[in-house]
Write a protein that binds this ligand. Structure first.
Ligand code: PEP
Ligand code: MN
Length: 333
């Protein structure tokens, strides 16, 4: 339940009520809210006098729901950019899977500038499935990303792998990426709830939509209203492609949640050959953003080499997107 409280209610009474209802206190401007489990269906009589409005839910998709807030959230991405809201924009995010070297990230940033794309991706803490694979440049990588942001006015997105380096990622990045494998890391979710920087949660490949939105609820109820969801493919019986991009799930997110949604065709497909068609399908879904892996020399990439596009192929793909976006009332920015 989400309860809006009257302005006359004293702080001490708010704290008492939140404790009794096992809820979180949130402030939205001057409005104070208490958010409890959705199992609570009515307010105890002793608290009724302080309640302005209450909303009952059938599941713990609450702050993220359209029932609570009809309009998609508008989220500031730094350097004058936003995602979501009613702009009709589909924000393109591109860059390599991992930050590998000064030259590689410099060439990546320059490509974006040349194409008028504003958000650069690049992982510095990589959640690899083998300890013998490249694990990312860590802090050195964050600093390289930060340089590109300062030099070109880009916004940057980079992932946090575990709670040990979450503070560094928060410090350097514009958008915190919580990876598919990190979606359940409560150290990360807690830390992300305590700041206001935007957080993009990638759906775990074995996670239901309910679980994914509930991961967002951890951050929202912690006090950070700036959460974006990313569908990047789930694991099914199919093994010819890397994952299965759940576009039905995207339709659900758009219908029932107020969170901007980004689609990641690169990780879903896993192979270069399918990325262009899949990206056009993603644009046709009328989503708030796209995130695509692009590398100056994909064959030499230290992670996700098979799925990254080279610069020429990415440009060719990009040039085909505008009519698809127009057909669904959007524009790529
Ligand atoms: C990535 O974006 O490079 C990545 C590791 O993605 P995911 O968490 O979706 O596997
Ligand atoms: Mn990757």
């Amino acid at each position: 339940m989400i309860v809006s409280l009257k302005a006359s209610m004293k702080e001490a009474d708010v704290a008492k009520m939140a404790k009794e209802l096992k809820g979180f206190i949130l402030k939205e401007g001057t409005q104070r809210l208490i958010v409890t489990s959705s199992k609570l269906k009515s307010i105890p009589a002793s608290f009724e006098k302080w309640v302005k409005k209450s909303i009952v839910f059938d599941s713990d998709i609450q702050l993220a729901s359209r029932k609570y807030q009809e309009e998609t959230r508008t989220i500031y991405l730094g350097n004058g950019r936003t995602i979501g809201g009613i702009t009709g924009n589909t924000v393109m995010i591109a860059g390599p899977c991992s930050v590998e070297s000064k030259t590689q990230i410099k060439e990546s940033a320059e490509l974006l500038v040349e194409m008028g794309i504003g958000v650069l991706r690049g992982g510095c803490y990589k959640p690899r499935t083998s300890p013998y694979s490249f694990q990312g440049l860590g802090l050195e990588g964050l600093k390289l990303m930060d340089k590109m942001r300062k030099k070109h006015g880009l916004s940057i997105i980079t992932e946090v792998k575990d709670a040990t380096h979450v503070a560094d990622v928060i410090e350097y990045t514009d958008i915190i990426q919580v990876g598919a494998k990190a979606m359940y890391d409560h150290g990360i979710l807690r830390a992300c709830g305590q700041v206001k920087k935007p957080v993009m949660i990638k759906r775990g490949f074995g996670s239901t939509l309910q679980e994914t939105v509930q991961a967002a609820e951890f951050i929202l109820s912690g006090g950070n209203p700036n959460v974006i969801l990313c569908e990047r493919g789930i694991r099914t019986f199919e093994s010819k492609t890397r994952f299965t991009l759940d576009l039905c799930g995207v339709a659900f997110i758009k219908e029932y949640t107020n969170l901007p949604v980004i689609l990641d065709p690169s990780h879903a497909m896993g192979f270069r050959y399918g990325i262009a068609d899949l990206t056009r399908a993603c644009v046709a879904m009328g989503v708030d953003g796209l995130i695509i892996e692009v590398h100056p020399k994909p064959d030499t990439a230290l992670s996700d080499a098979a799925q990254q596009l080279n610069h020429a192929d990415f440009k060719a793909l990009y040039s085909t997107l505008a009519p698809v976006a127009t057909a669904v009332g959007r524009q790529i920015v």
